[in-house]
Write a protein that binds this ligand. Structure first.
Ligand SMILES: Nc1ncnc2c1ncn2[C@@H]1O[C@H](COP(=O)(O)OP(=O)(O)OP(=O)(O)O)[C@@H](O)[C@H]1O
Length: 275
């Protein structure tokens, strides 16, 4: 394997095959709706997901929260085709309700950048093979401007802050203009102020690009700030499915959001009397 091919293999190895196959060179994928029916996942005797039924309309922003070990990342990995369900069905649908293969991308807690490639070349990795290098460079420049990193295009990852590295990881996911973006605790390793500015950035790119977003987070405030709807998982079941009816941009500390945060925390901690 040549070194570039080898680098690409490692950078995208965790992405689902259908994401790579369907990634357009540049352009935009339509957001896909996601339907889960009777979804189950067990690891040996450990029943991690138990009969999940969930429909996420195209373009919706959903956050998934719950105690450590309740199955959040497992659910996201199944959505992304990185893991197989033990039972049940998963479908993606286009705007007409027809079955679709989405261009799906994922951002993890760690940015997973390739240290021997520049920022721009790390972003180009997200386009996969077979794209003209000039078009790839143009796409990388455009998406790096969207994440406000234009001045770091030729920089090495080691010379960036943690927040900047995570913006490169977001740019690498966005460069193929995904129809579905999965975010697995993407801000979990960042300090509080950087988290808030990254939340604003995620909110802005979601509004501008219009993909379907599924965010796994431990942070209830982050969930209500970003999502249209928050799902609480408890021991592999949906314990609460709560709409967040406030217009954006949302102010941290808004009393209505604080009230919803309280309800979500009660559902996570099991102090809501089962409602
Ligand atoms: N590949 C695997 N093999 C065996 N067990 C696994 C595997 N992946 C996850 N599990 C188990 O599934 C359960 C749910 O794990 P998962 O990572 O989905 O939880 P989570 O809610 O994302 O937790 P956290 O918030 O701590 O990241 C845990 O009991 C975990 O040990």
């Amino acid at each position: 394997m040549t070194s570039i091919a080898h680098e690409r293999f490692h950078a995208v190895a965790e992405e689902p095959a259908y994401a790579r196959e369907n990634a357009p060179a540049v352009g935009r994928s339509a957001p896909a709706a996601i339907s889960l029916t009777g979804l189950e996942k067990s690891f040996g005797a450990n029943r991690v997901l138990r009969g999940i039924n969930l429909h996420i309309p195209a373009g919706q922003f959903v956050a998934v929260i719950g105690k450590s070990g309740c199955g959040k990342s497992t659910l996201l990995r199944i959505l992304m085709g990185l893991d197989e369900p033990s039972a049940g069905e998963l479908h993606f649908e286009d705007a007409d309700g027809a079955q679709a293969s989405p261009n799906a991308r994922i951002v993890f807690q760690e940015p997973r950048l390739l240290p021997w490639l520049s920022v721009a070349d790390n972003v180009v990795v997200g386009l996969g093979d077979g794209i003209d290098s000039r078009a790839a460079a143009k796409a990388a420049d455009a998406v790096l401007a969207e994440v406000q990193l234009s001045e770091k295009t030729r920089e090495w990852p080691a010379r960036l802050s943690g927040g900047q590295r995570q913006r490169v990881a977001l740019a690498r996911a966005l460069v193929s203009r995904p129809g579905v973006l999965a975010l697995d605790e993407p801000l979990g390793a960042l300090d509080a102020l950087t988290r808030i500015s990254m939340q604003e950035l995620i909110n802005r790119v979601w509004r501008e690009l219009g993909f379907t977003a599924v965010l796994v987070t431990h942070d209830v405030s982050e969930a209500v700030h970003l999502a249209d709807r928050v799902i609480v998982l408890d021991e592999g079941r949906i314990a609460l499915d709560l709409a967040i009816p406030y217009p954006r941009p949302r102010r941290h500390g808004h009393p209505g959001l604080a009230e919803l945060e309280g309800r979500l925390l009660a559902a996570i901690l099991g102090t809501d009397g089962g409602h």
